[in-house]
Design a protein around this ligand. Structure first.
Ligand SMILES: *Cc1c(COP(=O)(O)O)cnc(C)c1O
Length: 407
């Protein structure tokens, strides 16, 4: 599998292939009834989304509605507390709705509108993707159906309220374990019956082709902006770039614009409570090749070969597979995948809040935690970290479980 002489300047032209493959990873494993519709979305992406009209409309939305560009920020107090290596944050927590997810949801919503769809459909686990997509639906005047497990609905009351306030229908999924896996199945089933009027919008660089490509491209604004901002601020490129990896969209967004640069790239997976099955969701670190949710990648499986139960303190990271491009970049050796545990992420959550006045999402705290470790190893130089979202959503949980640290 190793291709030692990849020219990363031309990498994006050749990856994925026209069938959606990054090496052996990716593809589109979908019911035959949906093949033609996914091809329509693919052609729509290849033509409509590359038109100057679409590009300029999306540019205007990003500036006037989302508040882009988001800043890049030099964490001087954090850097000084750790040593001499300098840490910088790309502030996706300041993107509208408080995370990077809106970057691809607005792109997907705009494409749905150009394709003449009346509705966008998705599933959601903790509710973050549901809220971002419901926001896009309200903006574009589209209907929005969000499928969510009954158990998650009970746990995530504020996000359910947000989705409803934004005009989405939240459809409770009551079979099986009543969580994300069942919600994915229910959303897909509904989609098969209404794809003429509706578009399915995936929440990360996962799912069947063209979604890993499309979501990556919509998220690349993060790295394109950060690269320019970093050059302007320091006159140089960073020595390393770090992002957390759930499905891998914020990581793809910030890392891929640096592929052709002499910059070390790191993805950070959640190690949760430990390395035993069920204690973590570090798919690339502990998984093996397999097909799930319509694409081939590296996944965590149980004894039956089904997606394994996964866990992380950050609910946005607990996904048993990973975007196919990350699996390929790992095999190529271009991106290095590391882990951060719950405890390390919680430490980083408190440290960044106290030293910089920035409360990160628990997901983003995994990237900050690894950057803190890396800064000590490197000793000098600079690290750019994607702060993928803000931590307000995590406050109740942190206070309940780690409130003693406030004393
Ligand atoms: C959803 C989410 C993630 C994980 O998703 P990726 O596709 O891996 O980026 C990370 N950070 C935040 C704040 C999220 O909401």
């Amino acid at each position: 599998m190793l291709e030692p002489n990849v020219d990363f300047a031309v990498y994006r032209k050749n990856n994925p292939t026209k069938d959606g493959y990054f090496g052996t990873y990716g593809g589109a494993f979908i019911p035959p009834e949906l093949a033609a519709e996914f091809e329509r979305i693919n052609i729509g992406y290849q033509t409509i989304c590359q038109s100057s009209k679409f590009i300029s409309e999306l540019r205007r939305i990003r500036k006037e509605f989302q508040g882009r560009p988001t800043p890049t920020y030099h964490c001087e107090r954090l850097s000084n507390a750790l040593g001499t290596c300098q840490i910088y944050l790309k502030r996706e927590d300041l993107n509208h709705t408080g995370a990077h997810k809106l970057n691809h949801c607005m792109g997907e919503g705009l494409l749905a509108k150009y394709l003449g769809k009346k509705k966008i459909i998705a599933e959601t686990g903790a509710g973050q993707h549901g809220v971002a997509l419901a926001t896009a639906a309200a903006f574009f005047g589209l209907e929005c159906d969000i499928y969510m497990g009954e158990v998650d609905i009970a746990k995530q009351a504020p996000n359910v309220a947000r989705m409803k306030l934004l005009g989405a229908r939240v459809i409770s999924v009551t079979h099986g374990l009543k969580t994300l896996k069942e919600a994915v199945d229910a959303a897909f089933e509904a989609y098969m019956n209404e794809y003429e009027d509706a578009m399915y919008c995936i929440g990360s660089v996962v799912g069947p082709h063209p979604f890993p490509l499309m979501v990556r491209d919509f998220q690349m604004i993060v790295g394109i902006e950060a690269r320019e901002q970093f050059l302007e601020m320091t006159g140089n490129l960073p020595d390393a770039v770090v992002a957390c990896v759930g499905g891998g969209s914020n990581a793809a967004g910030i890392l891929i614009p640096f592929l052709d640069d002499p910059v070390k790239l790191y993805g950070v997976e959640p190690l949760g409570k430990g390395s035993e099955p069920g204690e973590h969701s570090a798919s690339l670190t502990y998984g093996s090749e397999g097909v799930m949710h319509g694409f081939n990648s590296i996944m965590l499986k149980d004894e039956q070969g089904e997606p394994a139960p996964v866990y992380s303190v950050a609910s946005g990271l607990d996904y048993p597979s990973v975007g196919p491009e990350h699996a390929y970049l790992r095999d190529l050796g271009r991106v290095i995948y590391k882990t951060a545990s719950d405890d390390e992420a919680i430490d980083a959550f408190f440290t960044l809040s106290r030293l910089e006045g920035i409360i990160p999402a628990l997901e983003s705290a995994h990237a900050v935690a690894y950057a803190m470790k890396l800064s000590k190893e490197m000793g000098t130089g600079s690290i750019l970290v994607n702060c993928s979202g803000r931590g307000d959503k995590d406050l109740d949980f942190v206070l309940e479980n780690y409130g003693d640290r406030l004393a």
